[in-house]
Design a protein around this ligand. Structure first.
Ligand SMILES: Cc1cc2nc3c(=O)[nH]c(=O)nc-3n(C[C@H](O)[C@H](O)[C@H](O)COP(=O)(O)OP(=O)(O)OC[C@H]3O[C@@H](n4cnc5c(N)ncnc54)[C@H](O)[C@@H]3O)c2cc1C
Length: 425
C-alpha cells in the first residue's frame, strides 16, 4: 500500500525565509558565498577546495579575505545565538593563503560572436568581465589609470591589501582572455558613442572618484588634499608633502586609511575629526581599534568650520566646533548639532577632507540621452542594471556612490547575466 510520506517525515520545502533563518551568513552575502561549505572544507584541512568554492562564488577570495566588510558575520548564527560570530572573512583569507595550488578558472565551452566593452577595471568591471568571458563573449576593459584594479590599487592602502593578491586576481581575469587597455580614459579620444557602435553592449563601472568638498572657507588653500586624491597619489607612488601635524575629516574607510597612511609617510601627529559619536562611525570596529592602537587621536562630535592660514596661501590650522547629538535622522544616526561657544583651533600642516566621493558623470555624452537622477547619478534598472539606452548597462559605485567591494562584485555578476540574457536570448 502506498504510504503518505508527509505523515511519516516532517517535509519542509525551503523558501527565502528558511534560508535567511538557517543559513543567514550565505544569505547575507551579496553573492551568496557558500560559507558553511568552505568552512567545512577548511575543517578538513582542504584549503584548495575552500578556495575553489570561494573563487566560484566571489571571484577574489585573497582580496575579500583581507578587506571584505563581511555582512555574513552579522548574520552568523553562532554570534546571534551563542557568543561571537565565526571569523568567516579571515577564514576566506586562510583558504587563499594556505592553498597549495589552484586550478585555472574554467574557460568558456563555446565562443560567441558578440563583443562587450567595459569602462573601468575596478572590482565591478573585473567581475562582469570575468563572467562574460566565461560565457563566451569577447570582452575589452578600458581603464583610465596606468594600472587596473580601481580602488583595490589606488584607494585601499597596501598595508591592508597586498598588491600581490590584487595582481594575481587581475592576472586570472586576463588569463581567461579579457583584454585590459590601461591609460585610456573613455570620454577623450575614445567616447561612449564610439564604444556603442563598435560593441554589442557596454557596462559602465567607472567608480566614484570625485572627492566631495567640506564646503568650509579656505578649502582651496595649499596643504589641503582631499582623501581620495591623497590615496590615489600615495598609491601611485607619489610622496605628497605631509609635514608634522595632519588633520583628517571623516569617519569612513577613506578617512582611516588617509590617517594611517600619513603616519607611515612620516607625520608626527594625526587627528581625525568626526562629527558624530564613536558608535556611529561607519568604519569596521576592528579597523577603528587599529587606528587607536597606532596613536591617532580622534575628536568625536567635532566639525571643522574654517581653515586657518598664517600667510594666506598655505593651511596652518583648522578651526573646529564641538557638537551634541540631536534627534535621529533617516539612517538612525543622530544629527550633530553645533554647540555655540565651543570653537577651538588645531595647528596643522596638512588637512585631508575625507568625507565622501561621488561618481564623475562628465564623460557621458549628452547626445546619447542617458537618464540622470537629480543626485547626478546615472539611472539604472536595479534588477537588470540596464540604463534607459538599450545596450548600455552600469553598476558598481558609479551608480550608487561609494559602497564596498563585495557589493560591487555582485553588481558586476548580475549585470553580466543581464547582458547575456539581452544578447544571448
Ligand atoms: C581609501 C578606500 C578604502 C576602502 N576600503 C574598503 C574596504 O576595506 N573594504 C571594502 O569592501 N571596500 C573598501 N573601499 C570601497 C571599494 O574600494 C569600492 O567600493 C570599490 O572599489 C568600487 O568598485 P568599482 O569597480 O565600482 O569602482 P572603482 O574601484 O573605483 O573602479 C573604477 C575604475 O574605473 C576607472 N574609470 C573611471 N572613469 C573612467 C573613464 N572615463 N574611462 C576609463 N576608466 C575610468 C577608474 O580609474 C577605476 O579604475 C574603499 C575605498 C577607498 C577609497
Amino acid at each position: 500500500m502506498k504510504q503518505d510520506v508527509s505523515k511519516r517525515f516532517h517535509v519542509l520545502i525551503p523558501d527565502d525565509r528558511w534560508f535567511e533563518e538557517n543559513i543567514g551568513c550565505e544569505n547575507a552575502c551579496p553573492v551568496n558565498t557558500r560559507a558553511p561549505q568552505y568552512i567545512s572544507a577548511i575543517r578538513e584541512e582542504n584549503y584548495n577546495l575552500a578556495f575553489e568554492i570561494n573563487r566560484e562564488d566571489n571571484l577574489f577570495p585573497a582580496i575579500l579575505g583581507r578587506i571584505c566588510v563581511h555582512p555574513c558575520e552579522e548574520k552568523c548564527r553562532r554570534g546571534l545565538l551563542i557568543d561571537l560570530p565565526i571569523s568567516i572573512c579571515s577564514l576566506k583569507r586562510a583558504s587563499a593563503d594556505h592553498r597549495i595550488l589552484s586550478s585555472p578558472h574554467k574557460r568558456a565551452l563555446r565562443k560567441r560572436d558578440k563583443k562587450i566593452a567595459i569602462i573601468g577595471a575596478g572590482p565591478s568591471g573585473l567581475s562582469a568581465a570575468n563572467d562574460l568571458v566565461r560565457l563566451g563573449y569577447s570582452v575589452t576593459i578600458y581603464e583610465s589609470f596606468p594600472i587596473p584594479g580601481g580602488m583595490l590599487n589606488v584607494g585601499i592602502p597596501p598595508y591592508r591589501l597586498s598588491r600581490e593578491a590584487v595582481s594575481e586576481a587581475i592576472e586570472e581575469v586576463r588569463q581567461l582572455g579579457v583584454e585590459i587597455i590601461t591609460d585610456t580614459p573613455v570620454g577623450k579620444e575614445l567616447n561612449l558613442e564610439n564604444l556603442r557602435k563598435k560593441y554589442d553592449a557596454v557596462y559602465i563601472a567607472a567608480g566614484a572618484h570625485k572627492a566631495e568638498k567640506l564646503g568650509i572657507p579656505g578649502e582651496d588653500l595649499k596643504g589641503v588634499i582631499h582623501g581620495v586624491t591623497f590615496m590615489q597619489r600615495v598609491n601611485l607612488g607619489e610622496k605628497p608633502e605631509i609635514g608634522e601635524r595632519v588633520a583628517v575629516v571623516g569617519g569612513g574607510n577613506t578617512a582611516m586609511d588617509t590617517g594611517r597612511s600619513s603616519l607611515r609617510l612620516g607625520a608626527k601627529e594625526v587627528f581625525i575629526l568626526y562629527r558624530r559619536t564613536r558608535e556611529e562611525m561607519p568604519v569596521d570596529p576592528r579597523e577603528l581599534e587599529q587606528v587607536e592602537e597606532e596613536g591617532i587621536k580622534i575628536h568625536y562630535l567635532t566639525s571643522p568650520i574654517q581653515t586657518l592660514s598664517m600667510d594666506g596661501e598655505r593651511v596652518s590650522g583648522i578651526r573646529c566646533i564641538r557638537n551634541r547629538s540631536g534627534e535621529p535622522e533617516e539612517d538612525g544616526r543622530r544629527r550633530p548639532i553645533p554647540i555655540d561657544g565651543s570653537e577651538f583651533n588645531i595647528d596643522i600642516d596638512l588637512l585631508i577632507p575625507a568625507v565622501s566621493q561621488s561618481p564623475d558623470i562628465s564623460f557621458l555624452p549628452e547626445e546619447i540621452g542617458l537618464e540622470i537622477s537629480k543626485w547626478d547619478r546615472l539611472k539604472v534598472n536595479p534588477e537588470t542594471f540596464e540604463t534607459n539606452v538599450p545596450g548600455i548597462f552600469a553598476g558598481g559605485d558609479f551608480v550608487t556612490g561609494p559602497r564596498d567591494v563585495i557589493r560591487v562584485i555582485a553588481d558586476g555578476r548580475k549585470a553580466a547575466l543581464s547582458i547575456h540574457s539581452c544578447l544571448g536570448g
